[in-house]
Design a protein around this ligand. Sequence first.
Ligand code: F3S
Length: 280
Amino acid sequence: MDFQIAPHAGFCFGVKMAIQKGEELVRAGHVPLATLGPLIHNPQEVKRLESLGIYARETFEEIRENTVLIRTHGVAPSVYEEAEKRGLELYDCTCPFVKKIHRIVEEKSAEGYEIIIIGNEGHPEVEGIRGWASTPAIVVESHEQAEKITIDRDKKVCIVSQTTFNYRKFQELVEIFTKKGYDVSVANTICNATEVRQKEAREIADEADVMIVIGGAHSSNSRKLYEICAKECENTHFIQTLEDLHLDLPKSVELVGITAGASTPNKIIEEVQNYVRINF
Ligand code: F3S
């Protein structure tokens, strides 16, 4: 039996940067410090950060620290205003790919475009993006929703995507709007790291007899990786850590594929990889 790990499994550059910034601030004496929401969707990593003095707080009311880190997902302008009002020292770790979406949405909505965000309603990144639109933005995540939406014919439409959305699904949803005959301006804002990771996952899952996707239960990009892999390989497992893995592989299995979401630390990927290598 052989196994293959997706070359781009694990931390993306945005997450790496945010963690490095947090650690740098700790070294510079800004401890304890808070992040607005967990810096990363991985409970083990959140615990490690806590041990350094970096605490995940859900709301401003919970924040007792003077320094606050904005995570890669980004936030609405109202959050910066609130932080300023409260006299907090803010460090912005919004991923540059997300910042780019904020700029597009801000500009296009000011020009009178109707903004459609293809992404998951309620996801922090989507909520942040929504906040940059000067008019209410529409969030769409399914074909059914896209089919139902009607927009004033006089209006131009600007479509952006959550950075971690499934690329194929994004194209399909965009097509629904173009087929309706709207004057559409499309910005494919799925980040490159996501596209590469999804492509690799699809290719490996297509060949593999068993596929393992490692990621946090609340990690949107990890769940999408799971969806993609499960389509290609019916024996796909979604795990957070090695403890969740209960593999009983038949002799006929020739290839086990492994991939991991953008918030999965290397340590966990290595543990899973070693386990598969030693036990099968
Ligand atoms: Fe940024 Fe893409 Fe990672 S948007 S945070 S590089 S998944």
